[in-house]
Write a protein that binds this ligand. Structure first.
Ligand SMILES: C[S@@+](CC[C@H](N)C(=O)[O-])C[C@H]1O[C@@H](n2cnc3c(N)ncnc32)[C@H](O)[C@@H]1O
Length: 372
């Protein structure tokens, strides 16, 4: 399969969107784990690291990861958490550029140098095929909290032998990138099918712009029931082609942080770099159907119905439902507050308390009572 070499031309807007989501997630992940795991090792694996910069000098994933580590210098020294990074790149000439670029970046930066001299930062470079490297790294990934970037060309490394291995790891968060459009072009070919058991006819039942979400739905079906892994999509449109990020993690705090990153990128739908569900048109009144609800309104209406029908009775149930639906705690809080104001429900607190800190950290569970 011919692939376009990303590093021979400037990063385009879609690539920048992907890199910003990758970087913003590292920005959330690092302080959380640094504070929670003092004196321990944390690992970041950038398995498809590229060269460090594009030809115009715009930072790629490795430099962005280092920039975020630098921002945590104070916390890392305080907690003595050791940040271990693995940069891997298969192409030899790119590997050399990668090593030069990242070493130069570190040696020109006092904070990163100090961290490294104190054994609080170490970098491992690998010039391997991911297929060979992954099995060798799996015990490290299993034994330490880890953040994995799988910025592949195409989508073959989403095959079961990788994805289902990741599904077993409770302290691993990962971000895949995939060219979802490749699936339409190559999905019927035998090598593609052996790598990835995805039903192309089912994919084609949905509009083309939903291809990334449709692939994700089938991947979700392959995750064993006992696994806590949840997958979330972010679709990226580039010209006529559809790409996307798949985020995976096994902890509500991670889902919450990824969803905040995604909704920050697009406050309309939190799942694409364009108006994937035509939400901006839904604000206008339709002659026959009236006003159609936007994605946020649709979610809020459903949550309201579930509370009124007593299928959701506590802030924890409301929060878990919110994350499952790919929404932000504030979307839930808005509607629950409004329900109280309108006299539908009562609760014994100043706010509906739908957020990670109250529920999972402070263990503050409140009940919503239907007004008689
Ligand atoms: C989409 S690019 C990654 C871009 C990078 N994250 C950045 O920000 O610049 C994919 C990279 O993976 C490398 N690559 C392709 N196949 C690989 C494999 N099997 N194992 C490891 N690296 C591979 C390519 O040479 C390419 O540099």
């Amino acid at each position: 399969m011919a692939t376009i070499d990303l590093h021979q031309k400037p990063f385009d807007e879609a690539t920048i969107t992907k890199l910003e989501i990758f970087e913003n997630y590292a920005k959330e992940w690092l302080p959380t784990f640094i504070m929670s795991y003092p004196n321990s090792d944390l690992w970041i694996f950038d398995f498809f690291a590229g060269t460090g910069y594009d030809i115009k000098g715009v930072p790629g994933s490795p430099i962005r990861i280092l920039q975020q580590i630098k921002k945590q210098t104070g916390n890392i020294f305080n907690k003595r958490t050791k940040i271990r990074v693995c940069f891997n790149e298969f192409e030899e000439y790119k590997y050399k550029l990668l090593k030069d670029a990242t070493e130069e970046f570190i040696s020109n930066d006092n904070d990163l140098e100090r961290l490294r001299n104190n054994n609080l930062l170490s970098i491992k470079y690998r010039n391997s095929d991911f297929a060979d490297l992954f099995p060798k790294t799996i015990s490290t990934i299993r034994n330490s909290p880890s953040l994995l970037y799988l910025d592949q060309n195409g989508m073959k490394f989403l095959a079961d032998k990788y994805l289902l291995t990741l599904a077993e790891l409770p302290t691993t968060d990962f971000l895949y990138y995939l060219s979802s459009s490749y699936f339409i072009r190559f999905g019927d070919t035998i090598p593609f099918q052996t790598n990835l058991n995805i039903d192309i006819e089912r994919i084609k039942e949905n509009p083309y712009k939903h291809i990334h979400k449709s692939i994700l739905e089938q991947l979700r079906e392959r995750i064993p029931i006992e696994s806590k892994l949840k997958l979330y999509p972010f679709t990226i449109k580039k010209g006529r082609n559809i790409y996307g990020i798949i985020f995976g993690a096994s902890h509500p705090r991670a889902f919450d942080k990824f969803l905040k990153t995604a909704w920050d990128k697009n406050a309309l739908n939190g799942e694409a770099n364009f108006d994937i569900d035509d939400d901006s048109n839904k604000q206008q009144l339709d002659l026959f159907e009236g006003q159609l609800p936007t994605k946020i309104e649709f979610f809020q209406n459903n949550l309201k119905d579930l509370i009124i029908s007593k299928k959701i009775t506590t802030n924890k149930e409301a929060y878990d439902y919110t994350l499952k639906q790919g929404h932000l705690d504030k979307h839930a809080n808005e509607i629950i507050k409004q329900m109280k104001k309108d006299g539908f429900i009562q609760y014994d607190a100043k706010s509906p308390m739908v957020n990670y800190e109250q529920i999972y950290q402070n263990k503050k569970i409140i009940e919503y009572h239907i007004t008689p």
